[in-house]
Design a protein around this ligand. Structure first.
Ligand code: CTP
Ligand code: MG
Length: 230
């Protein structure tokens, strides 16, 4: 079981408000980008990483890869206007037919065992995503008024990685482009082909660093992993 992974890293980090790409922020003295890359660098099942980057970050990112001995990046592609465009630019450079993962560079806490379960599921079914059951009670709201309480047991918060057979993801991206469809994740593009997407239960630590308070959660997750208050 091997896979390649596309890491979209070409965002602006506007909601983080750090004035630069949030992937350059440090956790435990190491940039977020490197935390994420190291997971795949150290996973024997990962055969290559394709990194979508903003041209303004190129020299800094490449210097970091060198400094932290990241060797598995086989391709750099320019990011696009939206995350989906960045991923499509990366997907166009893939010319094999195995399994491809798409993983947000801003999710540094993904664990190898979940990657492997996900990859196996995608090999068996074509498409698999990782997520966690919703914990909060969910309401449907319109114009500041609750319209309904949504049955929680059927709701999952979805994360990345998302894993696909490469020809299937290619077809999904081609259709999305033809239809000018912009989704918020890769699964939504595959769902439009009416292909079933399996879900694998991950964990709540696999957060995406989006707003400043996520950095506090990140520090706590790191401490937990170091066994400081296990
Ligand atoms: N991303 C990308 N290309 C874009 C937009 C986002 O490659 N045009 C990447 C980001 O670098 C990030 C991932 O997609 O790793 C998830 O996006 P998000 O969390 O929204 O990051 P940003 O777009 O950087 O943040 P914001 O939306 O707050 O500006
Ligand atoms: Mg964004």
């Amino acid at each position: 079981m091997t896979y390649q992974v596309i890491l979209p890293a070409a965002g602006q980090g506007k909601r983080m408000g750090a004035g630069r790409n949030k992937l350059l922020l440090e956790l435990n003295g190491i940039p977020v980008l490197i935390h994420t890359l190291k997971v795949f660098e150290e996973d024997e099942a990962c055969s290559g990483i394709i990194l979508a980057i903003h041209p303004q970050d190129e020299s800094e990112f490449k210097a970091l890869l060198k400094k932290y001995h990241v060797t598995k990046v086989i391709n750099f592609v320019p990011g696009g206007e939206e995350r989906q465009h960045s991923i499509y630019n990366a997907l166009k450079t893939v010319n094999t037919n195995g399994i491809i993962l798409v993983h947000d560079a801003a999710r540094p806490f993904i664990q190898k065992r979940h990657i492997h379960r996900l990859t196996e599921k995608a090999e068996a079914t074509g498409a698999a995503i990782i997520g966690v059951p919703a914990k909060d009670t969910m309401k449907q709201v319109q114009d500041g008024v609750v319209m309904a309480t949504v049955e929680r047991s059927s709701l999952w918060a979805v994360q990345t990685p998302q894993a696909f057979r490469i020809p299937l993801l290619r077809e999904a991206y081609e259709k999305a482009e033809r239809d000018q469809f912009l989704g918020t994740d890769d699964s939504s593009l595959v769902e439009r082909l009416n292909h079933p997407v399996a879900i694998v239960e991950g964990d709540y630590d696999n957060i995406k660093l989006t707003t400043p308070e996520d950095l506090y959660f990140a520090e706590a997750i790191i401490k937990k992993r170091e066994g400081e208050f296990c």
